[in-house]
Ligand binder design. Structure first.
Ligand code: S3P
Length: 166
């Protein structure tokens, strides 16, 4: 019998969504994705929110959504930038059970090569994405109760590890 929240954080393309779905299937817990909740509440895609209102507005909505969902008895998957605001990091630390899915930037770039749904990766070089990743790394680590290097593991193996470490 598993109880939530089980929170997944990590860079874009780390596999949070896929692993969140697998965790939901195994534990029977509902899965809440902060990006999907944002799109539902705003009735627009993430790309449109960034284009129409900019990143600051998006981060405000993201922080509000995190506050709404963070204590749910659920698997909670988050956007890669959720750790940028100190208030969000504080919430994640207080809640505990926050798993950081670590993934090398070159793997991220490979996985997301054909994906145009991430406004922050648009027209970015590998060097720029690597820089963004390294800027964020200490913030992910600050919030995580457990870090899992996903670069060489299958999604199923990562899921199993998370369940073992709960
Ligand atoms: C972002 C990651 C995205 C989404 C938005 C911003 C980021 O989510 O929240 O595009 O700043 O890293 P994923 O991590 O699910 O791609």
């Amino acid at each position: 019998m598993y109880s939530g929240p089980i929170i997944l954080i990590g860079f874009m393309g780390a596999g949070k969504t896929t692993i969140g779905q697998l965790l939901g299937q195994i534990t029977g817990l509902p899965v809440i994705d902060t990006d999907i909740t944002i799109e539902e509440q705003e009735k627009r895609t993430i790309n449109t929110i960034f284009n129409q209102h900019g990143e600051e507005y998006f981060r405000n909505v993201e922080s509000r959504v995190l506050r709404q969902v963070v204590s749910e008895n659920a698997v909670i998957t988050t956007g890669g930038g959720i750790i940028l605001r100190a208030e969000n990091r504080q919430l994640l630390k207080e809640t505990g059970n926050t798993f950081f899915l670590e993934c090398e930037p070159n793997v991220v770039v490979e996985r997301l090569a054909e994906d145009d749904t991430r406004p922050l990766l648009k027209n970015k070089s590998l060097a720029e994405i690597t820089q963004m990743y390294h800027n964020r790394l200490p913030l992910y680590k600050e919030c995580a109760t457990c870090t899992i290097d996903t670069s060489t593991l299958t999604m199923e193996e990562v899921t199993e590890l998370i369940l073992k470490r709960m």
